[in-house]
Write a protein that binds this ligand. Structure first.
Ligand code: HEC
Ligand code: HEC
Ligand code: HEC
Ligand code: HEC
Ligand code: HEC
Ligand code: HEC
Ligand code: HEC
Length: 470
C-alpha cells in the first residue's frame, strides 16, 4: 500500500506491452477518445444562436473576427466542443458539433448569448473529466502547461491508479482493480466523472484532482441532488438515475455500472444482465432496454439524447420541478456544503447556511462577500479570501473596485493586474484599469484583450474614446 501511495502516473502507452488486447480494445472507445488536439476540421458555414459562423483552416470565423480551434472535447459519440488556446490560457468556443443531428449549433449554455461569446474560461475540472494528466498552472483560473494535458481522453490510470511501480514489478505492485474494491470505492471510480448532481462541493482543503482510484469520493466532496428528484436527464446523471431505479434499490451493491458496461470495449452487456436477475421475465426474445431504458433528451447538452438509467416500468413524459431542497446524495451535507451548493445554484437559501458554516474558509468567505450588502464588510471578507488564496479572480476584481471607490487607485490597479494574470479575459478588470491608467497603457491593455475577444462592444467603444495622440 505504501508503494501504491508513492506511485506516479506514467501513461497508457506503458501498459500496452503487457496488456495489448485490453489496450487495443480500449483505444477505440469514446472515453479513450474524449479529447485531443483538433486537426483537419471540415470547412462549414452555419448559423448558431443567431450568429453566422464559418469554419476554415481550423479557425472559427464570425462577424468581427476569428479564433483558432486548438483542442477538442468530446469523442463525437454525442458531440464535440472546441477550445482555443492563447498564451497557455484556454477558452471554450461557442459552437459545438452535434453528432446525432449531424450539425453545428451553439455550445451547451451559449444558446441565449446576444454576442458571440469567446471568454468562457476552461477550468481544470472540465479537462479532468475528459483528459488525463492535466497540467493546470497554479495561481491561474485557466492557464495550462504546453501541452495542457499529457494524454488524450480517459487514461487507463484514471480507473486503475498510478502505474509506475506496477510496470517495474507487476506481481509485487498490483494495480487497483475496481471490480475488487468494496462497493463504495468501486462505484467512486466511475462517479468521479459520471456524477455531478445539482452541485458538487469540495470538502475543506480537499481537491477532486487528488482523487485516486481506491479512494472514497465522499472524502473529497459532497454531492447534492434535488429532494424531489428530477426526471430530466443531464449528461452526468447516470449515477443518480441508477440509484433511483427499482433494480438498484432492491439488488443493492450487486448492481453497478460494470454490470451492464465493459469499460474496455464499450460492449453493452445489458441484455444478459437483465436476464441474469430477471430470469423469468416476459419478452425474453426482445431487447429489454428498448422499453425499460428509453432514450430521451438531455437538458444540458442540447440535441443530445440519453438513456434513462432509472429503468422505469413505463416511460413517463411529465416534467418535474427544477429545484426543491437539496439533499446529499454522497458525502455529508453540513451547513458549509449546503451553503456553497445553494450559492452555486443562485438560491437564496445560501446565506443562512453560509453564516453557520464551519469552517468559515475562503470559499465560504467569498460567497458571503458577494451576498454582503455592506461594502466595508464585503471588502474585509475579500481581503481574507486573498490571504488564503492570493489569486481568487472574483476577490481580486471586487476588492479592487472597492479600493478604487475610496480613491486607492494604486492598490486597486495592482489587484486588477493580478486578476489578469489569473485570466486575461476578465473584461471588468481590463475596463477598470483603463479608467486609472494613462491612455497609452490603456490602449495596449484593450488591444491585448481584443485579441481574445474582438467582438467586445465595451472594449471597442472604450478604445474609441481614448485620446488619439500619444
Ligand atoms: C511488465 C508487464 C506489465 C505492464 C507494463 C503492466 N502490467 Fe498490469 N499486469 C501485469 C501482470 C503480469 C499482471 C497480473 C499480476 C498478478 O496477477 O499478480 C497485471 C495485472 C494488472 C491488472 C489486474 C489487477 C487485478 O488485481 O486484477 C490491472 C488492472 C493492470 N495490470 C493494469 C495495468 C495498467 C493500467 C498498466 C499501465 C499503467 C499496466 N497494467 C502495465 C503486467 C504488466
Ligand atoms: C476520468 C473520467 C471518467 C471515468 C473515471 C469514467 N468515465 Fe465513462 N466517460 C467519461 C467521459 C468524458 C465520457 C464521454 C466520452 C465521449 O464521448 O467523449 C464517458 C463515456 C462513458 C460511456 C458512454 C460511451 C458511449 O458509447 O458513448 C460509458 C458507458 C461509460 N463512460 C462508462 C464508464 C464506467 C462504467 C466507468 C467506471 C468503470 C467510467 N465510465 C469511468 C469519463 C469518465
Ligand atoms: C464531472 C465530469 C465532467 C465535467 C466537469 C465535464 N464533463 Fe463533459 N461529459 C462528461 C461525461 C461523463 C460525458 C458523457 C456523457 C454521456 O455519454 O452520456 C460528457 C460528455 C460531453 C460531451 C459530449 C461527448 C460525446 O461525444 O459523447 C461534450 C462535448 C462535453 N462533455 C464537453 C465538456 C466540456 C467542454 C466541459 C468543460 C467546460 C465538460 N464537458 C465538463 C463528464 C464531464
Ligand atoms: C473507465 C475505467 C477503466 C479504464 C479507463 C480502464 N479500465 Fe481496466 N478495468 C476496469 C474495470 C471496471 C475492470 C474490472 C472488470 C471486471 O472484472 O468486471 C478492469 C479490469 C482490468 C484488468 C484485469 C481484468 C481484465 O479484463 O483483463 C486489466 C489488466 C485492465 N483492466 C487493464 C487496463 C488497461 C491496460 C487500460 C488502458 C488501456 C484500462 N484497463 C483502462 C476499468 C477501466
Ligand atoms: C443485479 C440484479 C438486477 C439487474 C442486473 C437488473 N434488475 Fe431489474 N430489478 C431487480 C430487482 C431485485 C427488482 C425488484 C424486484 C422485482 O421487481 O423483480 C427489479 C425491478 C425491475 C423492474 C420493476 C420496476 C418497478 O418500477 O417496479 C423492472 C421493469 C426491471 N427490474 C427491469 C430490468 C431491466 C430491463 C434490466 C436490464 C437492463 C434489469 N432490470 C436489470 C434486479 C435487477
Ligand atoms: C442495467 C444496465 C445498466 C447499468 C447498471 C448502467 N447502464 Fe449505462 N447504459 C445502459 C444501456 C442499455 C445504455 C444504452 C446503450 C446503447 O444504446 O448502446 C447505456 C448507456 C450509457 C451511457 C451513454 C449515454 C447514454 O445515456 O445513452 C453512459 C455514459 C452510461 N450508460 C453510463 C453509466 C454509468 C456511469 C453507470 C453506473 C452508474 C451505468 N451506465 C450503469 C445500461 C446500463
Ligand atoms: C415491448 C416493451 C417491453 C419489453 C421488450 C420488455 N418489457 Fe418489461 N415491461 C413492459 C411494460 C409495459 C411493463 C409494465 C407492465 C404492467 O405494469 O403491467 C413491464 C414490466 C416489467 C417488469 C415488472 C414486472 C412486475 O410485475 O412489476 C419487469 C421486471 C420487466 N418488465 C422486465 C423485463 C425484462 C427483463 C425484459 C427483457 C427480457 C423486458 N421487461 C422487456 C414492457 C416491456
Amino acid at each position: 500500500m505504501l508503494l501504491l501511495a508513492a506511485a506516479a502516473f506514467i501513461g497508457s502507452q506503458q501498459c500496452r506491452p503487457c496488456h495489448e488486447t485490453v489496450f487495443d480494445a480500449y483505444a477505440k472507445t469514446p472515453m479513450a477518445q474524449s479529447s485531443g488536439r483538433a486537426e483537419s476540421i471540415a470547412p462549414a458555414s452555419f448559423t448558431a444562436a443567431g450568429h453566422r459562423y464559418q469554419i476554415a483552416n481550423n479557425r472559427l470565423i464570425f462577424d468581427g473576427g476569428s479564433a483558432p480551434m486548438d483542442y477538442f472535447i468530446g469523442s463525437n459519440a454525442a458531440g464535440r466542443s472546441f477550445i482555443r488556446e492563447r498564451e497557455g490560457y484556454l477558452f471554450e468556443l461557442p459552437v459545438t458539433w452535434y453528432a446525432q443531428k449531424q450539425s453545428w449549433d451553439a455550445s451547451p449554455g451559449y444558446e441565449d448569448h446576444k454576442d458571440v461569446h469567446l471568454t468562457r474560461a476552461v477550468e481544470a475540472s472540465c479537462l479532468q473529466c475528459h483528459a488525463s494528466r492535466v497540467r493546470p498552472v497554479l495561481g491561474t483560473q485557466n492557464r495550462f502547461g504546453n501541452p495542457p494535458f499529457l494524454e488524450n481522453g480517459v487514461a487507463c490510470e484514471r480507473c486503475h491508479g498510478p502505474g509506475s511501480e506496477h510496470v517495474k514489478d507487476p506481481s509485487k505492485s498490483p494495480m487497483v482493480n475496481p471490480a475488487r474494491l468494496d462497493p463504495e470505492r468501486r462505484d467512486a471510480v466511475c462517479s468521479q466523472c459520471h456524477l455531478t448532481g445539482e452541485a458538487r462541493i469540495e470538502r475543506p482543503g480537499r481537491k477532486f484532482a487528488e482523487y485516486r482510484p481506491g479512494d472514497r469520493l465522499s472524502d473529497y466532496a459532497t454531492y447534492f441532488v434535488s429532494k424531489m428528484g428530477r426526471r430530466d436527464l443531464k449528461v452526468t446523471s447516470h449515477v443518480e438515475k441508477l440509484a433511483a431505479s427499482a433494480c438498484k434499490t432492491a439488488a443493492g451493491d450487486a448492481l453497478w455500472c460494470g454490470t451492464c458496461h465493459d469499460p474496455h470495449s464499450n460492449a453493452d452487456k445489458s441484455q444478459p444482465a437483465c436476464l441474469g436477475c430477471h430470469a423469468t421475465a416476459h419478452h425474453q426474445q426482445d431487447r429489454c432496454v428498448t422499453c425499460h431504458m428509453p432514450r430521451s433528451q438531455a437538458v444540458d447538452a442540447n440535441h443530445g439524447v440519453m438513456t434513462d438509467h432509472s429503468i422505469p416500468k413505463k416511460p413517463s413524459r411529465e416534467s418535474q420541478p427544477t429545484l426543491e431542497s437539496l439533499t446529499p446524495f454522497l458525502g455529508s451535507g453540513d451547513d458549509r456544503a449546503l451553503g456553497l451548493a445553494y450559492a452555486e445554484l443562485g438560491d437564496k437559501r445560501a446565506a443562512e447556511y453560509l453564516s453557520r458554516a464551519v469552517p468559515q474558509d475562503w470559499p465560504v468567505q467569498l460567497r458571503l462577500a458577494v451576498l454582503q450588502p455592506d461594502p466595508v464588510r464585503a471588502a474585509q471578507l475579500y481581503e481574507s479570501v486573498l490571504r488564503a488564496n492570493p489569486y481568487e479572480p472574483a476577490a481580486l476584481v471586487n476588492l479592487g473596485t472597492h479600493l478604487a471607490r475610496q480613491g486607492r487607485t494604486l492598490e486597486a490597479g495592482r489587484l486588477w493586474d493580478r486578476a489578469l494574470l489569473t485570466n486575461p479575459a476578465l473584461e471588468e478588470a481590463v475596463l477598470n484599469l483603463t479608467q486609472i491608467r494613462p491612455p497609452k497603457d490603456s490602449r495596449l491593455l484593450l488591444q491585448k484583450y481584443l485579441e481574445i475577444n474582438p467582438v467586445s462592444r465595451k472594449a471597442l467603444s472604450r478604445l474609441a474614446e481614448l485620446p488619439k495622440s500619444q
